[in-house]
Design a protein around this ligand. Structure first.
Ligand code: ADP
Ligand code: MG
Length: 315
């Protein structure tokens, strides 16, 4: 089922047209990686979804309910972690979550139960009584997720939650999001493609105001898969590599051979039929093969190919 729908959303700031007929859907239960360069309009889109900005045209629905600018009705269904979350430094995490729960209209018993549960989920147990002004960036982002989940939303929107974090902080935050996904759909914006590859199952690339590439991550990757097979030789076999490479180059079904130390990239016409012939050839060679793998394109290569179409997709 669809959790979030954007239909032909357009938004300009003065002469600057940021979103142009932007449409996409986020399915229930998925982690949608909303990818785009800095300044491409990710934050603008998310602010429209939570009713903080007014779209010039188009409409947004959360679980079938229309989002209206300034109206908070649909925000009961949505949790939002802004790109730079601001907190009251004099409060502690427990006080802050209680405050957010009250704003959301929750009763004190539910607030206490939910706040305690979330403090554990985001890994802040033991720090919940510390003043927020002493929190690190990573702790603030984690509290931001707890704050966004206090009222049990069906959709969590996180605007670049990992961008300001170090690698350990990023990994921790991605782990939390993976746990959250069990009960909440997530729309997650970023320009860090490695993060998307780690946790997202669906991606949409925002470029020039609309979606330039969209789909299930695995489907996109296999659609752009090149017919290149990577063969890795054992260390002991390296001496025999030149001979093997020469032999491969002579084979009629081999289109290209690139070789560097123990890695050989073999371009073929068909992964199935030619792959079998290649395997037979390798089995008869003096080299020990450690790895035989169809080359997968990385998200980075796909991204570059979409945004700079003159470049060939190479994995
Ligand atoms: N309130 C605003 N007034 C004028 N320009 C804005 C405003 N908000 C964003 N912009 C401009 O809109 C473009 C998209 O911004 P933003 O949505 O923040 O991109 P992203 O989040 O992808 O980095 C940028 O060029 C930005 O400078
Ligand atoms: Mg932004």
């Amino acid at each position: 089922m669809t959790c979030l729908t954007l239909e032909s959303v357009s938004k300009s700031f003065g002469d600057l047209s940021v979103l142009k007929d932007l449409s996409f859907e986020v399915n229930e239960g998925s982690i949608f990686g909303f990818i785009g360069k800095n300044g491409s309009g990710k934050t603008t889109t998310m602010k429209i979804v939570v009713g903080l900005l007014k779209a010039d045209q188009g409409c947004v629905h959360v679980q079938g309910k229309r989002v209206d600018f300034g109206e908070t009705a649909t925000n009961r269904l949505v949790g939002f972690l802004p790109d730079v979350p601001e907190f009251y430094g004099f409060m502690n995490a427990m006080e802050y979550l209680t405050f957010c729960g009250r704003i959301a209209g929750m009763n004190p018993t539910d607030i206490l139960r939910k706040a305690n549960e979330l403090i554990v989920l985001v890994g802040l147990k033991g720090s919940e009584k510390r003043r927020l002004k002493g929190y690190s960036r990573g702790m603030k982002q984690r509290l931001g997720i707890a704050q966004a989940l206090i009222h049990d939303p069906i959709l969590l929107i996180c605007d670049e939650p990992t961008s300001a974090l170090d690698p350990v902080g990023r990994a921790e935050l991605l782990n939390i999001l993976s746990m959250v996904r069990e009960r909440t759909t997530i729309l997650f914006s970023t320009h860090i493609l490695a993060d998307v590859e780690r946790i997202c199952d669906y991606v949409g690339v925002l470029d020039n105001g609309s979606i330039a590439l969209e789909g299930n991550l695995d489907t996109i990757k296999s659609a752009h898969r090149s017919d290149v097979i990577v063969v890795e030789l054992s260390e002991a076999a390296q001496g025999a590599a030149p001979q093997t490479v020469d032999r491969l180059r002579e084979l009629p079904f081999v289109r290209s051979v690139q070789w560097q130390e123990r890695l050989i990239h073999v371009g073929v016409g068909s992964l199935e039929a030619d792959g079998r012939l290649l395997l037979a050839e390798l089995a008869g060679s003096p080299c020990t093969v450690l790895r035989y793998q169809v080359q997968e394109p990385t998200l980075e290569n796909l991204y570059r190919a979409v945004l700079e179409p003159s470049e060939e997709v190479v994995a």
